[in-house]
Write a protein that binds this ligand. Structure first.
Ligand SMILES: Cc1ncc(COP(=O)(O)O)c(C=O)c1O
Length: 391
C-alpha cells in the first residue's frame, strides 16, 4: 500500500525558513564545509543497470553513504556540521566579530569550543556524528542511548571521546531524557529531531544532509523521475525532498517516504494530518528507523512535497541487504546496513506490484534514485543477516 499525498502541491511552497535551510545556496555551503574537512568526502553514486532491468525501470542509482567521512552513514553530514556551525556562532558572539570556518582550529576558537558541551539522543549513527564534530572542535559531547542500542554502536560513539549514557526505554524516551539533562546542565542539544520551539538546530542538521542529493544531482546525466528515501523521524527524507522541490519546482521527481511497518510515524502523520507519538511496537531490524514520533519540521516539508508514504517489512529490508551484497549480472556489490537499503526495499515492493506502479507512474522509462544511508555500522549484525563479513 502506498498512501498518496493529495496535499502535495507542485509549487514548492515551503516556508521561507525551510527553503533557506535546504536550497541550493545552503547545499553549496555544506559542500564547501565538506571540502574543507576532507577534499575526497564525496560518496560514490553506483549505477545498477542489471537490477534496474530486473525491476522494470530504465535506470537505478544508489548513492552509497556507507562511505561517508569514515562514519559509515549519511548521519556524518548532519550532527558534526551543526556542531561546527554552533561553535562558529558562539565564537562570533564572544569575540564580537564574524568568525569563519578557516579559524575553527585557531587557539581563540578552540578555547571557546572547549567550554561547550553538546548533547543528543541517538539510535547510534547521529550520536557518532555529534561525537565526531565535538572531537573535531575540541568540545565535550554527552550522548544518550536507549536500552536496545548495541554495544558495538556504543563503542563506535565512545571512540570519538564522547561520554555515552544509557537510558531506560526506547528512542523517543532517550530524546526526552537528553533534552531534560541538557536543559538542566546548560548544554547545547544537537538533536536530529525537532519539537515545538526547537527547530533551528534540527534544521542545521538537515541542511548538512542536503549534500547527498546535491552531489547526486551533480553526477547524474539526467535528474531522477522517482526518489525513495527511508525515514526515522523524517529529517533526511525532508532534506532530500525539500531540496528537490526547491531545485525543480513542479518538475520535481515523484518522492516516496519509506518506513518500517512497526515504526511508521510519518505514514501516521500523513493519515491524520498531524505528527503525534505512535505506540511503540515490536523492535524492527531497521534499528535506525525505529522512531515513533515524526520531527515536526520534517513533517512540515514532507506534508507539502512528498508524494507517497509506504512501509516495508523486516524481511524486505533484509532481502535488499542480501541483494546488494550479491548483485545480479555486472552490478557492483554494495554493503548496506539494516536501515541502509530500506528505500530500495520500497522501490522493490512498488516495482513488483502493477497497481502501485500505476499509482506512482513508475514505468519502463523511470530513472530511480535511492540512498544506501548506512554501511555495516554494526558489523556483527551485518554478518548475521547477510552471511558475509563487511569489507
Ligand atoms: C542509516 C539511517 N538511515 C536513515 C535514518 C533516518 O533518518 P531520519 O531520522 O532523519 O528520518 C537514520 C537515522 O538515524 C539512519 O541512521
Amino acid at each position: 500500500m502506498v498512501l498518496l499525498n493529495h496535499h502535495a502541491s507542485h509549487n514548492t511552497a515551503l516556508d521561507a525558513v525551510d527553503a533557506e535551510a535546504l536550497g541550493g545556496d545552503a547545499a553549496q555551503r555544506v559542500a564547501a564545509f565538506l571540502a574543507w574537512r576532507d577534499p575526497h568526502a564525496e560518496t560514490p553514486l553506483a549505477a545498477l543497470p542489471d537490477l534496474a532491468a530486473a525491476l522494470g525501470v530504465a535506470a537505478l542509482h544508489v548513492k552509497d553513504e556507507g562511505k561517508r567521512l569514515g562514519l559509515g552513514s549519511f548521519k556524518a553530514l548532519g550532527g558534526a556540521y551543526a556542531v561546527v556551525l554552533l561553535v562558529l556562532e558562539e565564537a562570533t558572539r564572544q569575540l564580537g566579530r564574524p568568525v569563519a570556518l578557516e579559524e575553527l582550529h585557531s587557539p581563540a576558537v578552540r578555547a571557546i569550543a572547549a567550554g561547550l558541551v553538546f548533547a543528543c539522543a541517538t539510535d547510534g549513527n547521529h550520536g557518532r556524528s555529534v561525537a565526531q564534530g565535538a572531537q573535531l572542535v575540541g568540545a565535550r559531547a554527552v550522548i544518550f542511548v536507549h536500552a536496545l542500542v548495541s554495544q558495538n554502536r556504543i563503542d563506535a560513539i565512545a571512540r570519538f571521546g564522547a561520554e555515552v549514557r544509557r537510558v531506560d526505554g526506547n528512542y523517543d524516551e532517550s530524546v526526552d531524557e537528553a533534552t531534560r539533562v541538557a536543559t538542566r546542565e546548560g548544554w547545547i542539544p544537537v538533536s536530529d529531531t525537532s519539537w515545538p520551539g526547537y527547530e533551528r538546530i534540527p534544521l542545521m542538521v538537515m541542511q548538512g544532509y542536503t549534500a547527498m542529493i546535491h552531489e547526486s544531482l551533480q553526477r547524474l546525466d539526467a535528474p531522477p523521475t522517482h526518489v525513495f528515501v527511508q525515514a526515522g523521524v523524517g529529517g533526511v527524507a525532508a532534506a532530500v525532498a525539500g531540496h528537490l522541490a526547491l531545485r525543480f519546482g513542479d518538475r520535481r521527481p515523484v518522492f516516496v517516504v519509506v518506513e518500517p511497518q512497526s515504526a511508521a510515524c510519518i505514514l501516521e502523520a500523513a493519515r491524520t494530518g498531524v505528527p503525534s507519538r505512535i505506540p511503540h511496537e515490536a523492535p524492527t531490524v531497521m534499528a535506525m528507523l525505529e522512531c515513533c514520533e515524526a520531527s515536526p519540521v520534517a513533517w512540515r516539508v514532507l506534508s507539502r512535497v512528498a508524494d507517497g508514504f509506504m512501509t516495508v517489512a523486516d524481511e524486505e529490508a533484509v532481502a535488499v541487504m542480501n541483494r546488494l551484497a550479491r548483485p545480479v549480472g555486472n552490478d557492483p556489490a554494495i554493503v548496506a546496513g539494516e536501515s541502509g537499503g530500506a528505500g530500495l526495499a520500497g522501490l522493490v515492493q512498488v516495482a513488483g506490484n502493477p497497481a502501485l506502479r500505476a499509482q506512482l507512474g513508475l514505468n519502463a522509462a523511470a530513472r530511480v534514485l535511492v540512498f544506501n544511508t548506512e554501511g555495516a555500522t554494526d558489523p556483527a549484525r551485518y554478518l548475521e543477516l547477510v552471511g558475509l563479513a563487511a569489507a
